[in-house]
Design a protein around this ligand. Structure first.
Ligand code: CA
Ligand code: CA
Ligand code: CA
Ligand code: CA
Length: 456
């Protein structure tokens, strides 16, 4: 049965009929790349307050407010959609807290797919991109969902948990529009669209996108994926191809949906989707694609994409990717290679240059500073072991990788702090600290794990 015969049904009823042909166009990476913007059309009646943090806020300040959508996970890690980053090259991101550059060097990671997904082989990599930025946002760390949702999480109306979606892009027009659609070509299309009444054509309703561009949030509920894609399994996810395979969850844009019912538009990609577990917000997904009607791209005269009722938004199911993300984070406790205090990807300088280009100058400038948070700002002041103070332990680390660092030992002594003589300092570094290496390394690592609450 195709879509036409169900036209008179409400959307909810329609989806409950498991009509798999209703949405037949999967937007590919091509469309995202072409639009290169991120738009969350917070639709339906109520847009009030969706451009400021929601009262029950899962992480508004952790979401970019301009340019590419991404979520700051904590400890300078960010997660986004890989297809926003051509060549897998990390780019700067704009947050309320500032514009953060990616850290030079080997600090970006494409998240792998499971090697086998229910007997299905997937692309080796998925469309999730994790990297580190040169900045710190003082917000509670985001918890990535680690427990999968199943059909047991659906309610009596076959709807899953409510989600909050956040994206950074176009707004939508104030008023609802109606389109007249010639759907006679069937579920595969092409369909012909008109903004004027045409006798005998079906109607669709929705919103056109509109300036201004900016961050906003909306709500929806996770849908039963079998009602959209067909099938009959116990999970709620489905493999979406966005260049790479992504095990994804889905929301459907319903006319009588949640108060701030939302639909991704074109390139909302990279924006976070949050849901609650046991009363606590979790990062459930990263948006990656929208599902639209046949020829819908043409409905607004060439790509001014709309959010129509019955469209859907798909987002990476992070419970599938949690362990891979966590493993990368755990394996990379440092912001850069040891000694790269100014985070330019190199260990260089002799203590006479500016801190921006001379790691030894940066170390001298930060010498004996205490850091309330052992974060990236502490690192940039020389706290290489991230124990909250820039001291001899850090100097030992620095000299270990950069022997010429010994030349600045005398200058460190001249600081207005308890100062061993240069000779004593050298002895400390050469002998005592070497013996303490493993001891503090263990301590430091332990404290770092404790500070990185990405997983329960
Ligand atoms: Ca299912
Ligand atoms: Ca499934
Ligand atoms: Ca450096
Ligand atoms: Ca230290």
């Amino acid at each position: 049965m195709d879509f036409l015969s169900h036209e008179s049904m409400s959307m909810i009823a329609f989806f409950h009929k498991r009509a798999s042909h209703m949405i037949s166009v999967v937007v590919t990476v091509f469309f995202f790349m072409q639009l290169s913007t991120v738009a969350l059309a917070v639709a339906v009646e109520d847009m009030t307050g969706t451009k400021t943090a929601p009262s029950d806020d899962p992480g508004w300040a952790a979401v970019t407010n301009s340019g590419k959508s991404a979520i700051y996970l904590g400890d300078s890690w960010v997660l986004s959609a890989l297809h926003l980053f051509p060549g897998a090259e990390p780019k700067s991101l704009v947050f309320d807290a500032g514009t953060f550059q990616p850290i030079a060097g080997n600090t970006s990671f494409i998240i792998p797919n499971p090697s086998n997904w229910g007997g299905q082989s997937l692309s080796a990599e998925t469309d999730l991109f994790l990297f580190r930025v040169n900045g710190f946002i003082d917000v509670p760390a985001i918890t990535i969902a680690s427990t999968p949702l199943t059909e047991a999480d659906l309610d009596g109306n076959n709807e899953g948990p409510e989600v909050v979606m956040m994206g950074n892009g176009w707004s939508r027009e104030a008023s609802l529009r109606t389109w007249w659609v010639d759907t006679s070509a069937g579920s595969e299309g092409p369909w012909e669209w008109s903004e004027s009444y045409v006798a005998g054509w079906q109607t669709k309703e929705g919103y056109k996108r509109e300036s201004p561009y900016g961050r906003r949030w909306g709500t929806n509920r996770i849908a039963d994926e079998d009602s959209v894609f067909g099938g009959n399994d116990n999970d709620l996810n489905h493999v979406i191809k966005v260049g790479r395979d992504v095990v994804s969850l889905i929301t459907v844009f319903n006319k009588n949906g949640t108060q701030h019912e939302a639909q991704g538009l074109g390139s909302d990609s990279g924006g976070p989707v949050f849901s609650k577990r046991d009363g606590q917000w979790e990062l459930r997904g990263i948006m990656n694609a929208v599902l639209i009607y046949p020829s819908q791209w043409d409905a607004d005269h060439g790509g001014f994409m709309s959010a129509m009722y019955g469209n859907a938004t798909t987002f990476a199911d992070l419970s599938v990717y949690h362990d891979a993300i966590q493993a990368i984070i755990d394996a990379h406790p440092n912001y850069s290679i040891i000694g790269d205090i100014n985070l330019d990807g190199l260990v260089s300088g002799d203590g006479t240059g500016p801190v921006e280009s001379d790691d030894l100058s940066a170390f001298i400038a930060g010498w004996r500073h205490e850091h309330p948070l052992a974060n990236i700002e502490a690192w940039k002041q020389g706290d290489l072991n991230l124990d909250g103070i820039t001291d001899l332990y850090d100097f030992a680390l620095l000299r270990d990788v950069y022997p010429s660092a010994g030349a600045i030992a005398g200058r460190l002594n001249s600081s207005a702090v308890p100062e061993p003589s240069s000779a004593i300092l050298t002895i400390c570094i050469g002998t005592v600290l070497a013996g303490l290496w493993h001891q503090w390394k263990k301590r430091s690592l332990g404290s770092m794990i404790g500070r990185r609450p990405f997983s329960p």
